[in-house]
Design a protein around this ligand. Sequence first.
Ligand code: SF4
Length: 225
Amino acid sequence: MKSEDKVLRIIAELRRLARDEGKRLFATSSLQTHSIPLVHIIARSELDIPIYCLNTGFLFPETLAFKDEVSEALGIEIRSISSSVPKHLQRDAKGNFYFTSNPDYCCRLNKVEPTAMLLEKYDVWVNGVRADQNLNRRNMKTFQPAGNGALRYHPVLDWSSKEIFDYIKAHKLPRHPLDAQGYASVGCEPCTRKSVLEDPRAARWFGMSKTECGLHTDLIEKESK
Ligand code: SF4
């Protein structure tokens, strides 16, 4: 299917969920270059779907600047949501931030729990996971359950990296400033390195067994059982 056909199908699906079924939708974006096509498609849908950035407090300043750039370029608001646990309570017994000793817990506090707060308010969580991003994600489905009775919608699950970057080029979308410095996958500053090997996500939590932030691990664990 050509990418524009896929886009129209996503917009139709978003409208069906929001208008025909009356669902309350929200989206999250990691605000990386490859995340922006979905943000753009949501803007094209002309639906009032709030888009959230999970501001962990550990994002690169370039990502926060990029958030403003994308908002302005696309004429949309991107909201921030953060952990309710203040940073001084996010340290281990040695006084170090949890990302040094227990990154799963750090991700839980700063990503999973804020998302869970959103899932209490909305019916459908739109997010941009893609099956080709890593082995964990290849068995995900377009629609899957989320917490609190909500539904996940993964509109670009079947998009290839080429389709994503063709879309960025065709619509002249902004690019994350760290791309030009060799970062192919940008997360929190303490847990991101410049790209290594052929897998862009290998640069995240480099040297650890961790490959996911925890937002989608419930699906991955279910699949592997
Ligand atoms: S990616 Fe790193 S800094 Fe960010 S929430 Fe997870 S462990 Fe913490």
